[in-house]
Design a protein around this ligand. Structure first.
Ligand code: GTP
Ligand code: MG
Length: 169
């Protein structure tokens, strides 16, 4: 028998970029137009198959609102993987994503796998160009994906990619 593989991962990013919506899409396959902001943080477990192996992800969804920021280190502590999410229609959220990446590299788990995610690709008012984010990701050795929690586009791919990085494949 192969050992169980389980990992804590964390989602970080500004309020309303769609972190909870990505988790809801992954775990429940649905989308809610007016989701309430997350208070503090919450955890869900999702199993993902990578080849022959089952990887158990303990997914911590954090609150992006400013008043919860002092709690966030508690959530990324021990996380072997992170999704740093921004909203492609909001340049401030992209700037904040880059700050989260810096903070994780400095204070997070050593060798934590970090994936940058540009969410809300279903919207036509994009202000952050993919090439900009891709270049930043390349320079920092991260993977970059775009998603829509609304349509589901790219969502399972992001979690699958992170699980693969964690397993080392
Ligand atoms: P906090 O919990 O405050 O940190 O926010 P969050 O990052 O969890 O955002 P949340 O998932 O609550 O989404 C905020 C709003 O954006 C909700 O009204 C969602 O319906 C909407 N939303 C999330 N993802 C998408 C998307 O891919 N496309 C569109 N059009 N709207 C989205
Ligand atoms: Mg949330």
């Amino acid at each position: 028998d192969q050992p169980n593989l389980d990992y804590k991962i964390v989602l970080l990013g500004d309020s309303s970029v769609g972190k909870s919506s990505l988790v809801l899409r992954l775990c429940k396959g649905k989308f809610i137009e007016n989701l309430e902001p997350t208070i503090g943080g919450s955890c869900v477990i999702q199993n993902i198959e990578i080849g022959e192996r089952e990887v158990k992800l303990k997914i911590w969804d954090t609150a992006g609102q400013e008043r919860f920021q002092s709690l966030t280190p508690l959530y990324y502590r021990g996380a072997k993987g992170a999704l740093i999410v921004y909203d492609i229609t909001n340049s401030g959220s992209y700037k904040r994503a880059k700050e989260w990446i810096r903070e994780l590299i400095e204070n997070g788990e050593q060798d934590a796998k970090i994936v940058l995610v540009g969410n809300k690709t279903d919207l036509e008012t994009k202000v952050v160009e993919d090439i900009t984010a891709q270049k930043f990701a390349d320079k920092n050795g991260l993977e970059f994906f775009t998603t829509s929690a609304k349509t589901g586009e790219g969502v399972s791919q992001v979690f699958f990619a992170l699980a693969q990085l964690l397993v080392g494949k």
